[in-house]
Design a protein around this ligand. Structure first.
Ligand code: SF4
Ligand code: SF4
Length: 128
């Protein structure tokens, strides 16, 4: 299960992930992290049975957590297989196969880059 963590300036320098791991004993895989001196956006993967526990632990520490349940959705009728999303996606969720663009939704971390980059508006994200 993927969780997106939004970390505000007031807490960005705290060892948030380490303390949540110690509290929950969950294995946390960091899939993407964009952190600077004032804020951070981190996508983590945790086992489904630990998801609520980990989410609660981060929220108690002041982190805004978004559960990424539904990966990007491609509208096959609108897609013209231009390949723009193949080069935009930071996780390699799109690839060409027999001159057609195929999506591997399991790789999607819902960053939204392909949604705005698609000239056909053929990609959608649903955030919970
Ligand atoms: S950018 Fe849009 S139109 Fe182009 S291949 Fe990707 S989904 Fe299809
Ligand atoms: S939302 Fe981001 S991670 Fe997901 S397919 Fe689009 S570019 Fe890739």
């Amino acid at each position: 299960m993927k969780l997106m963590l939004h970390v505000d300036p007031g807490i960005v320098r705290q060892p948030l992930i380490a303390s949540v791991i110690l509290e929950t004993s969950a294995l946390v895989n960091i899939e993407r992290a964009s952190i600077d001196a004032v804020s951070g956006e981190i996508v983590i993967e945790v086992a489904p049975e630990k998801c609520i526990l980990v989410k609660d632990a981060f929220e108690r520490r002041g982190v805004k957590v978004v559960q990424l349940e539904i990966p990007v959705i491609m509208d096959d009728e609108e897609c013209i297989h231009c390949g723009a999303c193949v080069s935009i996606c930071p996780t390699g969720a799109f690839r060409f196969e027999n001159w057609k663009v195929i999506a591997d939704s399991g790789k999607c971390i819902q960053c939204g880059a392909c949604v705005t980059g698609c000239p056909q508006r053929a990609l959608k994200l649903v955030l919970k």
